[in-house]
Design a protein around this ligand. Structure first.
Ligand code: AMP
Length: 456
């Protein structure tokens, strides 16, 4: 998961990066950091915590320079990752370098073990450290050639912003799995960000998406130079960004996230309608899909469950007891709206089944006559190895149960999922989306049984 930002040729680049990371806080809440280059050296500030807590005006003032790269880190369940905050900075033969990375390298352990055999030492568990080592150990003369050399050795999903003292290099992997867009400031200068919602807050205009397999080079006094660094481009943007992960006001590869979610809701209603009096979303993740579902059926849509915004997401908590409690802390029904009604409750995805079970019980306790659960995504049967934090196969409820078995477990009157075909239609058939969680097609390496390499 995670978010990255890169800013070039902007006054107060650290402040621009700060606002961008703030806008992309949903992509990772564990830790955050910014590094700034001023032509002579790079300074880094990074810490565990949320963007607004980690940075103060004073810290940003001390990060002086016109080029900044920044990162928000998503926590991987149960992991002690105090040192795993980015950017990753190093001094090496050609000077100083700082890297931020969103995605997962599927050959992380293989590369790491080879580097360790050759005497490399690692300070963190992050696959991003492989990248910095590969650049430092490359025998090419220039940084750009070292980066290209490094790219021949890593596989998987990655969006990278690499900063030297004077330049910035931005790369999106050849599958274009994770999103990355380019924006421009009115005053000159450019930025790249994982999501376009960052541009709005940072005051940049969207220019275009970074192409899969493209490297952008930012250099003083020049327009960004584009080079295709892969010949075998095989575009597979991540379907889960649209379903769950990205902010609804972001556009990814030319498609608005909210619109796409509305469409999944409409399709869901066509595929598995329900005879109900009321359609409710699981807030906030199911809101757009529920609106689409309700519109399609012509049934009233209500925000019948209230969300307490002051607790974190439930999914990331390690034990089942804590997860159960957190759902209750987070969501609460408006009883008089629900009493005696047949309700459809819509969520964007079902992972372990924790949220759905709790919500069905909550709605029945609030007096609902029938509760019909609908999920605006297909069944998640496989772990993602390309940067979405889905658990092992054993924990995925749909990998181990039929729809009817799940329905019984969550206690709903009926349960329906969007079909894979329905999702493809909602996203548009002009592209092959990455759907590994649903179809197990690991096109970029890795597989369901490989250990999770969800690090960056
Ligand atoms: P679960 O309760 O385990 O079935 O998880 C489903 C809920 O978690 C849904 O409300 C989703 O919006 C949310 N969700 C789905 N995927 C993820 C993820 N990778 N990280 C965090 N939350 C997620």
């Amino acid at each position: 998961m995670c978010a990255i930002v890169g800013v070039y040729g902007a006054e107060k680049a650290s402040t621009v990066a700060y606002y961008s990371l703030f806008a992309m806080q949903h992509r990772g809440q564990e830790g955050t950091g910014i590094s700034v280059a001023n032509g002579k050296s790079i300074s880094v500030y990074k810490k565990l915590g949320m963007v607004a807590d980690v940075f103060s005006q004073d810290t940003l003032n001390h990060l002086e320079g016109t080029c900044a790269v920044g990162h928000n880190r998503y926590s991987t369940a149960g992991k002690d990752s105090k040192g795993d905050v980015q950017p990753v900075f190093a001094k090496y033969k050609l000077g100083e370098i700082s890297i931020v990375h969103n995605g997962n390298l599927v050959n992380k352990m293989e590369v790491r073990n080879k580097l360790i055999d050759r005497g490399a030492i690692f300070q963190t568990d992050m696959d991003t450290e492989n990248i910095i080592h590969l650049i430092a150990k490359s025998e090419k003369d220039s940084l750009v050639d070292r980066i290209k050399d490094m790219l021949t050795k890593i596989e998987g999903a990655f969006c990278l912003a690499i900063q030297s003292r004077k330049k910035m290099f931005v790369i999106r992997d050849r599958f274009g799995i994770r999103p990355l867009s380019l924006g421009k400031f009115k005053t000159g200068g450019y930025m790249v960000a994982s999501e376009t919602c960052a541009f709005d807050l940072a005051g940049a205009e969207f220019v275009r998406d970074v192409k899969p397999g493209e490297m952008l080079i930012f250099e003083e006094g020049k327009e960004p130079q584009s080079e295709m660094v892969y010949k075998n481009v095989d575009f597979h943007p991540c379907a889960f960004e649209y379903i769950y992960f990205a902010r609804p006001d972001s556009d990814i590869d030319g498609k608005n996230v909210y619109e796409t979610r509305l469409e999944t809701g409409r399709k869901l209603a066509q595929e598995t309608p329900a005879e109900v009096d009321l359609v409710l979303p699981v807030p906030d993740s199911g809101v757009a899909a529920a609106k689409g579902f309700a519109d399609e059926l012509g049934v009233p849509f209500e925000m019948g469950i209230v969300r307490n915004h002051y607790v974190g997401r439930t999914f990331i908590e390690p034990t089942q007891e804590v997860r159960d409690l957190k759902v209750k802390m987070k969501l609460s029904p408006i009883k008089h709206m629900i009493e005696g009604k047949r309700v459809a409750i819509i969520d964007d995805s079902l992972v372990r089944g924790t949220t759905s079970k709790q919500i069905v019980r909550m709605l029945l306790d609030a007096g609902a006559k029938e509760v019909h659960m609908r999920i605006a995504a297909p069944e998640i049967k496989y772990p993602c190895r390309y940067g979405i934090d889905t658990p092992t196969k054993d924990e995925l409820i749909s990998a181990n149960n039929t729809v009817e078995e799940i329905r019984k477990k969550i206690g709903a009157a009926s349960l329906g999922f969007l079909s894979i075909e329905g999702l493809k239609e909602s996203l548009g058939k002009e592209r092959n989306y990455s759907m590994v969680s649903f179809d197990g097609h690991y096109f970029a390496g890795g597989n369901a049984d490989s250990p999770s390499c969800g690090d960056s």
